[in-house]
Ligand binder design. Structure first.
Ligand code: DOR
Ligand code: ZN
Length: 332
């Protein structure tokens, strides 16, 4: 059995830089037609010069593959309309991180008062540039996304024309907000469709399943599955594939991030097949994103075939999700 996906897209990926970029980017470019690339490298991508140079490094890392990196800037609250008007030619979105909440987010936002965010958000709204948000407070770890809901609501209502994408949602409360508020959209990862907190820390601690936001309760996972398997039009696939070197994961201070790039589409096929929903996969991994972002990706047919895929233990120094396990689909 085979399925052919038309231009699958990963609407949230970390490709990193330097040696890591060269190691991981080919696994995204092989099976996806394009991906929204996160700007949280060091230093974060905040200028167009940095952005263009980073894009060139990505294109070099992927070689001959047909793949478009869709670039993002790391949010700053004092950009002018003129700057963003120019930036719009080179970016698909702007990514906002609360300060210190995850990898390389120290220069993120620490004050969510509307007046503080207004110059940039007003211009983005006028220019129709989507705002991508890592939605967590620094409260109790299981409640962080729920607590951030207050800000999602506040920003969405203050800028009703601004497209706001709640990145990697993990909590039932975000599902509720998504359904209630017109200008909220969301990405969902593979791992949050598969894991609960129990899988991460209920038995022996699993550093390779540790990510931000942390996987939540069974009911949260069920609420996400309901959206993804039915390809709810306001959601799209964003892997949040986030590689770290093995020694940074298997460490006293484990870095947050799960690397799923090489296994994402096979594992999604397996999941959608299990629930008899393979017919909705095309929408989840491409069509919904095209509608939400209002764009056409490059034409690329990606064939997935039923058959054993023994996931390697590591790819150089990076351990993927499902390392050493067998998946029942593979990407040709
Ligand atoms: O687990 C995560 N890792 N969550 C994020 O939001 C960032 C990412 C990373 O960059 O490592
Ligand atoms: Zn991310």
């Amino acid at each position: 059995m085979k399925i052919t996906l038309n231009s699958p897209l990963d609407m949230h990926v970390h490709l990193r830089d330097g040696e890591m970029l060269n190691n991981v980017a080919p696994y995204s470019s092989k099976c996806f037609a394009g991906a929204i690339v996160m700007p949280n490298i060091l230093p974060p991508v905040t200028t167009l010069e940095e952005l263009k140079a980073y894009k060139n490094r990505i294109l070099k890392a992927i070689g001959e593959d047909k793949f478009e990196p869709y670039m993002t800037l790391f949010f700053k609250n004092n950009w002018t309309y003129e700057f963003l008007k120019e930036a719009k030619h080179f970016i698909k979105a702007v990514k906002l991180y609360p300060s210190g909440i995850t990898t390389n987010s120290e220069n993120g936002v620490s004050d969510f008062k509307i007046e503080n965010l207004k110059p940039t958000l007003e211009a983005m709204s006028d220019l129709n540039i989507p705002l991508l948000v890592h939605g967590e407070t620094n409260g109790f770890v299981m409640d962080r996304e729920k607590e951030f809901g207050v800000f999602y609501k506040k920003i969405a209502l203050a800028f009703p024309k601004l497209k706001i994408i709640m990145e990697h949602i993990t909590d039932r409360n975000s599902v509720k907000l998504l359904k209630e508020i017109d200008n909220l959209y969301a990405t969902i990862t593979l791992h949050h469709l598969l894991l609960t907190f129990d899988d991460v820390a209920g038995g022996k601690l699993k550093p390779h399943l540790f990510c931000k936001p942390i996987a939540k309760r069974y009911e949260d996972k069920e609420a996400l599955l309901e959206l993804a398997l039915n390809a709810y039009p306001k959601i799209m696939f964003g892997s949040d594939s986030a590689p770290h070197p093995q020694n940074k994961k298997e460490s006293n201070e484990c870095a947050a991030g799960i690397w799923t790039a090489p296994i994402a589409l096979p594992a999604l096929c397996e999941l959608f097949e299990k629930y008899n929903k393979l017919d909705n996969l095309q929408k989840f991994v491409s069509d919904n994103a095209q509608n939400i972002y209002n764009f056409k990706p490059i034409e690329k047919k990606v064939v997935l075939e039923k058959g054993e895929f023994l996931v390697p233990e590591k790819y150089n120094n990076v351990v993927p999700m499902f390392a050493g396990k067998k998946l029942s689909w593979k990407c040709n």
